[in-house]
Design a protein around this ligand. Structure first.
Ligand code: 5RP
Length: 258
């Protein structure tokens, strides 16, 4: 356990020649070292988490892990896990999760996260919030000085009903931080080339992306304010939830506990 901002454990030589994709794989594989036979595992979503899911299935096939139950955080991860033969369940049947492994879009020095640029924040927050241990896996590009500091968005899942009303309320809430709130649209070509349409989450909701010019300061207060709007389902700030951070970067792999 460390309280410094420096990496706690450096257990590999410098990885400076590796691509970002290779760093994601290294972080994903490292997290699976925390998995033990018999565990219920929250399976994260995204281009980093997919490596952890693949590694778990590999170890199951080799007989090095046994009796794992996976709880997928998205329909995409559900499909990946089914295709790899990982036994699956859900929070209704397994309300306590031993360990979750997932990526993040941003990680601040206190291990607060932004998640949901892949659109899966609600299921991720439900499953990772029910986990005894939550291991976050990132390459070093995700480390930020403050939440919103990468210049990319803080996502908020909203109900479709009058979503522009909710979008406007969110923009107004963070106007001091220069917030621009934008309804997330489907990627071009993903709706058959027709008119632009909002992106829809696994839960049938929309996403409003908050682009912040400045630090919003008190994150717990901001969280409460966001959740006060009835049209908001959940937001992508994961505050105080990560128990361990694994970072793969040019300095090697570091593991830091909160
Ligand atoms: C999906 C997420 C992902 O964990 C997050 O977007 C990081 O993804 P990646 O590892 O592909 O960068 O929150 O909703």
């Amino acid at each position: 356990v460390t309280t410094t901002e420096e990496p706690a454990i450096v257990d590999s030589p410098p990885l400076s020649n590796l691509t970002q994709e290779e760093l994601k794989r290294i972080a994903g594989y490292k997290a699976v070292e925390f998995v033990e036979s018999g565990m219920v595992i929250g399976l994260g979503t995204g281009s980093t988490a997919k490596y952890a899911v693949a590694r778990i299935s590999e170890l199951l096939r080799e007989g090095k892990l046994k009796d794992i139950i996976g709880i997928p955080t998205s329909t995409t991860t559900h499909q990946q896990a089914v295709s790899l033969g990982i036994p699956l369940s859900d929070l209704d049947s397994h309300p306590v999760v031993d360990l979750s492994i997932d990526g993040a879009d941003e990680v601040d020095p206190a291990l607060n996260l932004v998640k949901g640029r892949g659109g899966s924040l609600l299921r991720e927050k439900m499953i990772e919030g029910a986990s005894k241990k939550f291991v976050v896996i990132v390459d070093e590009s995700k480390l930020v000085k403050y939440i919103g500091g990468s210049g990319l968005a803080v996502p908020v899942e909203v109900v479709p009903f009058c979503c522009d009303f909710t979008r406007g309320k969110l923009e107004e809430l963070f106007k001091e931080a220069g917030c621009k709130a934008k309804l997330r649209m489907k990627k071009s070509g993903s709706n058959g080339g027709g008119d632009a349409a909002p992106a829809v989450t696994d839960n049938g909701n929309y996403v409003v992306d908050l682009y912040l010019e400045r630090d919003i300061g008190d994150l717990e207060a901001a969280s409460k304010e966001i959740l006060r709007f009835p049209g908001v389902v959940e937001h992508g700030m994961f505050l105080g939830m990560a128990t361990t951070l694994i970072v793969a970067g040019k300095f090697g792999v570091t593991v830091k506990d909160r």
